[in-house]
Design a protein around this ligand. Structure first.
Ligand SMILES: [Zn+2]
Length: 479
């Protein structure tokens, strides 16, 4: 069974065959580091992290590059994002870039997003960018005017092949702010002349200036991954003009294909609306983490297909938290039972459960990374695991090891939703101790020693551990 991915370039689901056997070279457009990452960033980078994790699970050696944009990314208003951040905080642009780069990685670590193998900074690749611009001028697809260099989209007939937009549409859609100096309104800047007040500037053959955002990604992807490379990912909102322009620049400069598979993830919505500062529904990841565990947010993201939109509601996040707790509890119980399990091979029924679950999980993931289907397979398995766990005698060490590996590999390594210290470490120990006290309290209550039982509950409450008695036993949470 082979991996199929939906390729935005061909608009078809294709069998994935990497350029070099056993290796995958992958690039995803990174954040522009002028403010804290928001929930939409969470979706994008959790989606692509899970894709990288699954490719590694399949045995590929993945080289994953994700850039840091610290120059040249303009807002629709024409303002430079980095300079806007610097003005807001009264600091140098590079201080702002450093702060939000660190914050970005902090947030991603919390979401259990593995760090890319290379995180190139745009500002560290200016000489390579200038080289690419020179090449495009030499090839006749770019021209210089007044210290700025533009890509001539009419000189490159493939322009529009990713987004399916035609030049006539581009003209209609071109921004109102049409610079007189451009040959056509839809031409885009490769290099921009720095106005006197523009702090971020570098010398170039065309005078002092700075690179265009699209140019940065063409340069940083191919520098580390070669051209062509296997997978280019990014948010669907960047398909045009960003990705379209990345392709045009790289292919016009080098005369070979740029990226072979284009993967676009869908937008994140808040209660059916796009997230936007002006709508008052803008949520940074740190704000979201105050209310929900980062792994709950990760799990919630993976309950939907990466290409689809994801609608965030509080109810849906709460429900995701409960689902993940069920999965984690079963994985934890399996791990805990391992230590004193009777020796013995895995039971045939357990082996079959593990194999069926693994097959269903892989079948879903091989279908364009259908994480929702993969999670459904784990939920079905968890129902059976819970039944097995309820029967004290049924589980040998071999059976428990097989189940533990299943959770570790699929929920842990691929989906990244199991806490690292499921059992080990102080947190796991503390969780184990709370469970022990819950068992003792239940024993005391069975023996009608209510005063001692209540003392346990009250002492735990004083430490911030709430016990909840329900029809299926006692659960606990940190208050
Ligand atoms: Zn990009």
């Amino acid at each position: 069974m082979s991996l199929k991915v939906y390729n935005s370039l061909t608009r078809e689901k294709e069998t994935f065959v990497p350029l070099h056997e056993g290796r995958v070279h992958m690039y995803v457009c990174g954040p522009t580091v002028y403010m804290d990452a928001h929930l939409g960033h969470g979706k994008t980078y959790v989606n692509f992290d899970t894709i990288v994790r699954y490719l590694r699970y399949l045995g590929y050696r993945v080289l994953y590059v994700q850039n840091i944009t610290d120059v040249g990314h303009m807002l629709d208003s024409g303002e430079d994002r980095m300079l806007k951040g610097a003005a807001r905080e009264q600091r140098q642009p590079m201080e702002v870039a450093e702060t939000y780069t660190r914050n970005y990685f902090r947030d991603m670590d919390q979401l259990n997003v593995l760090r890319p193998d290379i995180s190139p900074r745009a500002s560290g690749h200016i000489p390579e960018m200038i080289e690419l611009v020179k090449r495009l001028i030499a090839r006749g697809v770019a021209y210089e005017v007044n210290g700025s260099v533009y890509f001539d989209v009419h000189a490159w007939e493939d322009y529009g092949k990713l987004s399916g937009r035609r030049i006539e549409e581009l003209q209609a859609g071109a921004r109102v702010e049409v610079l007189e100096e451009k040959r056509h309104p839809e031409d885009f800047a490769l290099w921009k002349r720095a106005e006197p007040e523009h702090i971020m500037r570098w010398p170039s053959p065309w005078g002092e200036g700075f690179p265009g955002w699209h140019l940065e990604c063409s340069v940083m992807s191919t520098k580390y991954l070669g051209q062509p490379f296997d997978i280019h990912g990014g948010g669907v909102e960047n398909k045009f003009p960003h990705h379209e322009s990345e392709i045009a620049q790289a292919e016009a400069a080098h005369g070979t294909a740029f990226a072979r598979y284009w993967l676009h993830n869908g937008m994140l919505m808040i209660r059916g609306e796009e997230m936007h500062k002006s709508l008052g529904n803008f949520i940074t990841l740190q704000q979201a983490f105050e209310r929900w565990d980062p792994l709950t947010i990760r799990f919630f993201i993976l309950l939907s297909h990466y290409r689809g939109p994801l609608d965030v509601t509080e109810e849906a996040l709460d429900a995701a938290g409960k689902g993940l707790a069920r999965l984690t509890a079963a994985a934890r119980a399996v791990r805990r039972r391992l230590s004193d399990a009777p020796a013995g091979e895995a039971a045939a029924a357990v082996t079959e459960l593990v194999e069926t679950t693994r097959a269903r999980f892989e079948e879903s993931m091989n279908d364009d990374f259908n994480t929702a289907g993969a999670i459904a397979a784990l939920f079905d398995a968890t129902r059976e695991v819970n039944a097995l766990l309820a029967d004290e005698a049924a589980l040998t060490r071999g059976s428990l090891e097989a189940l533990d590996t299943l959770y570790r590999r699929l929920a842990g390594d691929v989906l990244g939703v199991l806490p690292e210290n499921l059992e080990e470490g102080l947190e796991g120990l503390a969780a184990g101790l709370v469970e022990l006290l819950i068992d003792l309290r239940a024993e005391l209550r069975r023996n009608r020693q209510y005063a001692q039982a209540d003392a346990i509950r009250n002492r735990l409450a004083a430490m911030g551990v709430q016990l909840m008695d329900g029809p299926e036993g006692t659960t606990w949470s940190l208050s």
